[in-house]
Structures are given as C-alpha cells and as structure tokens.
Design a protein around this ligand. Structure first.
Ligand code: S3P
Length: 171
C-alpha cells in the first residue's frame, strides 16, 4: 500500500494528525523531523545555528531518499520539504500527498505559544511575525500544487480531519 504523506506549514497540526491516523489506520508513523534530528545529532535549532539551513535541507533530503521502497507508512514531513522539488517527486512516487492546512492567524497563535521550540528556528533574520507570514504566504501555492487532497485544521478538529483522510484512503 502506498504511503500517506502529510505536508503543510509548521503549526498546522501535521504531527498530531499523523499520530491520530497511525492509531486509526494501523500504519507506522515516520517523522522526517525526527529522522533529521537523529542524523544531525542535535536539535534542529542548534544544527541550523551551527551549519545553516542549506545543510539542514541536505540532511532532510537524505532522510527522504532513505524512505524510498518503504510502504504503508504515514510520513509526517517538516514544513520545508516543499522547498525542494526533488523531495516532492520522491514523496509523490511512493505516496499520496495530503496538505494539512490552517489559517495564518491560527498558525501565528499556535507557534507563538511555543516560540522557543528547538525544532523550529525562524527561517530568516526577520522578526517572528514577518518571518512566519512571508514564508506561509510563499509556501501556500507549493503545498496546494503538490497535494492530491487537503484538510483544514482551522475549520475542522483533528479527529474530523483524520476521519476525512481515512475515508479518502478507502476510495
Ligand atoms: C521547518 C519546519 C519544521 C522543521 C524545521 C524546518 C520549515 O517542521 O522541519 O524547523 O522549514 O518550516 P514542522 O513543520 O514539523 O514544524
């Protein structure tokens, strides 16, 4: 069975949905952030501070390459996977891509509650609000382009999104 690949901006609820879907469908959940953190040997923040984003993206791509040939997984992707078209063609070959979407307002509120998250350093030198807003708006069309299906965690609960994804898988 094909993998289920969750993409979407940070703070949209991908990881919570992935965990829920793993229980619901009996599939194994894999997080590219967890794989990358293991490979980096430190938190994403510490790694990016020391080596920069380009190096993190290279490691992230290696983690995605290593998933080739695996099936029946729920792959919970870091928000930046769409920055690299190579990642998206690899993920698209082995899985069905679902966009986990939330409004910018909700994303800002959710991320602000956890601003010092060591797995989510800011992507630019801008202040928090500008950084998140610019990257959210820039990436929206990318998530939309690559996804076959989408769920919205601003208008629906995680439980409802999980039912919707499961129903879509059954079709
Ligand atoms: C990133 C999002 C993070 C993590 C890293 C980069 C991004 O993942 O991969 O900090 O580029 O937006 P989540 O989307 O799981 O927070």
């Amino acid at each position: 069975m094909k993998n289920l690949v969750l993409i979407g901006f940070r703070g949209t609820g991908k990881s919570t949905l992935a965990q829920r879907l793993a229980v619901r469908t009996g599939r194994v959940r894999i997080s590219t952030d967890e794989l990358a953190t293991e490979r980096c040997g430190m938190s994403i923040s510490a790694f990016v501070k020391e080596y920069g984003w380009a190096e993190f993206r290279r490691i992230e791509q290696e983690c995605i390459e290593n998933l080739q040939g695996k099936e029946n997984l729920i792959i919970d992707c870091g928000g930046g996977v769409v920055e690299n078209p190579e990642n998206m063609s690899l993920l698209g070959e082995t899985g069905l891509i679902v966009w986990v979407h939330a409004s910018l307002e909700d994303v800002l509120v959710r991320l602000l509650a956890n601003e010092q998250d060591a797995q989510r350093p800011l992507l630019s030198q801008n202040d928090f609000r500008t950084d998140i807003t610019e990257n959210y708006l820039r990436r929206e069309p990318l998530y939309k382009r690559y996804a076959a299906f989408s769920v919205n965690t601003s208008t629906h609960t995680i439980a409802e999104c999980s039912v919707a994804v499961d129903a879509m898988l059954g079709k």
